[in-house]
Design a protein around this ligand. Sequence first.
Ligand code: ATP
Ligand code: MG
Length: 433
Amino acid sequence: MALSVQRPKGTNDMIPSEANKWRTVEQAARDCAERFGFREIRTPAFEETGLFVRSVGDTSDVVTKEMYTVSSKGEHTFTLKPEGTAGVVRAMLENGLMNEGFPQKVYYITPCFRHEKPQAGRLREFHQFGVEMFGTSSPYADADVIMLAREVLSTCGIESVKLNINSIGCPECRKKYQEALVEYFSARKDDLCETCLERLGKNPMRLLDCKVPKCAEIAKDAPVILDYLCDDCREHFEKLKAILDEYKVEYTVNPKIVRGLDYYTKTVFEFVYDGIGAQGTVCGGGRYDGLVSSLGGQPTAALGFGMGLERLIMTMEGEGVDFLDPHVPDIYFAPMGEKAYSVASKLCQDLRAEGYSAEFDIVGRGLKPQMRYANKIGAKFCCVLGDNEIESGQAKLKNMRTGDETPVNLDDFKNGFVPVLLDDMFELEGISE
Ligand code: ATP
Ligand code: MG
């Protein structure tokens, strides 16, 4: 029968057989973030539309083309979050966290929604691991955030991503630069796409990010921001590079990266993987010193990054690195007959209370299909409970990897002997919990 409803275009189901991939990247992200001193924050999946228009920028692709906006009973319009930073800044301000001393360091794992043309690595619902740091303009903070992203990637077994960095200056140095850009692109107006013509009047730096081939070709020879940096921005960038050099972090200065969102200042960076084509940017971030005050807070230096988890998983697959082992039960009981069922059920409850994962046949099938099922779910041990076993109180514990059988006394499950036996056997077999 054909399914009458299918998942929306550009979305994915995360099915149990893929769960270990998600656990791998999420665990790496959490562990690294916490080691670097970031604490978790969770914000709503939707916000008032104005928040994104003000923060992401009304000339960005995200705001002009990609937002999922709904109106709610004619009161407000709300938008599903297309990125994580705006909601975090709003939440930090609303909960008074910016008054609790600096730096404030938070991380999140969140779905994001953008109306894009779906392709591999470009989805309409995707997931980001992101971090934000508030209250420091030190280049050491920039380096720390970059090194955190790198740590997550290397914890996931990825060494072959390239780090590109750039500085896009502050509003002060950008003024002169934007004049130079307008002059450059205006002389080539006839070859620009319509969106770029519009951007030219509003936000000329956007033209550097255009993905239309003809525009990208023209942008190649455009003036570069690094030639226009003010002393403060130049010094910041030089110091950041010196710190990265000191820690032997390899990077390329790429004066063409400007990032997709409007709110960046000074440092911008991305980690790019060549193996997944046009969607190779696994992580993008930078400094956004002007954002907090533009959302009504005190002027507050800030920085962060967003890492696309689908792209991270694709990169890991591309590199052939291992994911965490899928979860498998420690023990599976195969009961035959009514009495054995109640014993198996009780043994499972006891073992679960002790912290083991235990299962028993719950659909009432024969012994053979039960053993097939135990194999399929990858149970480490199996214990058949028939009439004989129940009467004698003696059963056999089968190691499903080696086929070895060890006699056990059923009461020993309760008095802790079998759990200890299981532990010993896990250790002997090198089976990890
Ligand atoms: P791109 O240039 O690929 O469109 P972006 O500049 O729009 O990326 P950011 O807004 O910086 O991306 O988001 C941070 C990260 O989130 C990206 O580096 C990427 O890994 C991921 N990402 C962004 N958009 C998508 C999407 N539509 N599907 C999957 N991952 C995405
Ligand atoms: Mg984009």
